[in-house]
Design a protein around this ligand. Structure first.
Ligand SMILES: [Zn+2]
Length: 174
């Protein structure tokens, strides 16, 4: 099932994901739907459950940074247990898709991540560069934050207004 991707400023983007206690069949189904949604997009780096049209979204993010898009990485209840160095690279977001929004966001350059995988196994690994940036961006989503929240409020409001205008135009054309 391909899920809808919520668009800013949809208030549901502020939801905090619920922690997954057991990787049940229902959770696996959500993971599979998330990957189906993910691979149906062009230029999508990662998705978080909280940015999708799901009820009571669990703490899950799906990512694939491989060139051939054949290395799915599923993180359930992701935690950053260590981070070091800083980068300031431009980011975009699938929930801010109606306008071209790319803004620099300060992130840790290298992180050590702990999360469950789709089978419920604990995984711990180090990520750096683009993957580290994606994971931090998605973990923001899981606590109801989007990258625009890192910008000065004037800049964020400007985006919000541009987006609302654009969404109105799209609605009119339909
Ligand atoms: Zn995003």
């Amino acid at each position: 099932v391909i899920l809808g991707i919520l668009q800013y400023p949809d208030p549901r983007l502020k939801r905090v994901a619920r922690r997954v206690d057991v990787v049940s069949d229902d959770i696996k189904k959500i993971v599979d739907d998330m990957f189906e949604t993910y691979y149906a997009q062009e230029n999508c780096a990662a998705l978080a459950a909280t940015q999708l049209d799901l009820e009571d979204p669990p703490a899950i993010t799906v990512i694939d940074v491989s060139a051939n898009k054949n290395e799915p990485l599923c993180l359930i209840n992701p935690e950053i247990i260590e981070s070091r160095d800083e980068t300031n690279e431009p980011e975009g977001c699938m929930s801010v898709a109606v306008v071209d929004a790319y803004e620099k966001v300060k992130r840790a350059k290298t992180i050590t991540v702990r999360a469950l995988d789709r089978e419920g196994h604990m995984q711990e690994f180090e990520a750096t560069g683009f993957l580290a940036k994606c994971i931090q961006h998605e973990m923001d989503h899981l606590v109801g934050k989007i990258f625009l929240d890192h910008l000065p409020s004037m800049k964020r409001e400007r985006y919000a207004n541009r987006i609302k205008k654009q969404l109105r135009l799209i609605k009119k054309e339909q």
